[in-house]
Design a binder for this molecule. Structure first.
Ligand SMILES: Nc1ncnc2c1ncn2[C@@H]1O[C@H](COP(=O)(O)OP(=O)(O)OP(=O)(O)O)[C@@H](O)[C@H]1O
Ligand SMILES: [Mg+2]
Length: 144
């Protein structure tokens, strides 16, 4: 993995319109990497799910314009892609529970509880660290 071929780091406020900004940045980042359309779709999905979680859960009940979300994309020379998404929100109480399909703390019935299971399934490795000071999700995927 070691040798980095490219890396991009962005910070944006927790506004829902920035979900699509994150997707466009991801597309731009991968455009020059010869990624298959299927792999690109998967990666855009995991970025979008992670960013959405930061915005809607991490900063629930807060003024998103004042809450930072961090996205980092790194491509290594061996074509391992590492995606990091971080927020400074409320944190996940029980990560194991949160990872289960259909688990959601959403009360409005808009969410299906499938974001984390999808992120896990679409990548080779996913690690979550979380505390009441924030959440960090690191995902790795080896591209063909
Ligand atoms: N960044 C985060 N900060 C705080 N809580 C989070 C964060 N990400 C996930 N969670 C918690 O984990 C739960 C499960 O997340 P997951 O993405 O799987 O489902 P969801 O967001 O509720 O629904 P969906 O992703 O299908 O719209 C969330 O309901 C929320 O309680
Ligand atoms: Mg989600």
């Amino acid at each position: 993995m070691k040798e980095i071929s490219n890396t991009v780091r962005v910070r944006f406020p927790a506004l829902s319109e920035n979900e699509s900004v994150a997707r466009v940045i991801t597309t731009g980042f991968l455009m020059h990497q010869g990624v298959t359309p299927a792999a690109l779709a998967d990666i855009k999905t995991v970025v979008s799910e992670a960013v959405t979680n930061a915005i809607v859960h991490g900063y629930r009940g807060r003024d998103g314009a004042r809450c930072p979300v961090f996205l980092e994309l790194t491509m290594y020379a061996d074509r391992t892609l590492v995606v990091k998404v971080r927020d400074k929100g409320r944190g996940i109480e029980d990560i194991e529970k949160a990872m289960q399909p259909f688990f959601t703390t959403d009360r409005e019935g808009e969410r299906s509880g499938m974001g984390l299971p999808i992120m896990d399934a679409f990548t080779d490795q996913m690690k979550i660290t979380s505390s009441p000071a924030g959440t960090r999700v690191v995902m790795k995927k080896r591209l063909p």
